[in-house]
Write a protein of this length. Structure first.
Lengths: 116, 110
């Protein structure tokens, strides 16, 4: 069964450093998302991406964040200058476009980001 | 704004039935979904309701009442592996982003 993959599984970085989190969405999906989950809290929407551009972003997704689909398979989230409060699990998700299945988002296993 | 309320924790015994409620407040409404998340794992889609009524998928069912801004997830014949967090999530506007509730931690006891 196709699945969303993410690398790395765990990233430790120092405050102020740049990190890039990588995702490979399911190949025939058209919508891509990044969410984050601070330990013990709810999943929060960051950004959605469709047709090679951002379709929506949340208040969390400020100028320090960017997303890119550099080729036909990868989808990346970059944090330019990490802060302590960026420590969280970051989930990539993807979904179809049409029909009921567009509401079913498939989540990757996540990247645990620890900022020290 | 958009907000969802669900109980923080529910405990039940193996073989029993449990219902996890979710009430929501959104400026628009395009559907209510339920996701399961085991500790350290990713959210996994369980069900989706766009219209009023009950949707059944095996041991899990989900119900929606749009007039009451309310839904629930019903888990039958509980198994130990059902111990996890369960999140309701709404699609509140024409975008496909999901707004998640704070989650209900279900503990299934033998």
């Amino acid at each position: 069964e196709p699945e969303v993959t993410q690398t790395p599984s765990h990233q430790v970085t120092q405050m102020g450093q740049e990190v890039i989190l990588r995702c490979v969405p399911i190949s025939n999906h058209l919508y891509f998302y990044w969410y984050r989950q601070i330990l013990g809290q709810k999943v929060e929407f960051l950004v959605s991406f469709y047709n090679n551009e951002i379709s929506e972003k949340s208040e969390i997704f400020d100028d320090q964040f960017s997303v890119e689909r550099p080729d036909g398979s990868n989808f990346t989230l970059k944090i330019r200058s990490t802060k302590l409060e960026d420590s969280a699990m970051y989930f990539c998700a993807s979904s179809h476009r049409t029909g009921g299945s567009s509401y079913e988002q498939y989540f990757g296993p996540g990247t645990r980001l620890t900022v020290t | 704004g958009q907000s969802l309320e669900q109980p923080s924790e529910v405990t039940a015994v193996e073989g029993a039935i449990v219902q996890i409620n979710c009430t929501y407040q959104t400026s628009g409404f395009y559907g209510l979904s339920w996701y399961q998340q085991h500790d350290g794992g990713a959210p996994t889609f369980l069900s989706y309701n766009a219209l009023d009524g009950l949707e059944e998928t095996g041991r899990f069912s989900s119900f929606l009442s749009r007039s009451d801004s309310y839904g629930y997830l019903l888990l039958q014949e509980l198994q130990m592996k059902d111990s996890a967090s369960y999140f309701c999530a709404v699609r509140g506007d024409s975008s496909y982003k999901l707004i998640f509730g704070s989650g209900t931690r279900l503990l299934v006891r033998p």
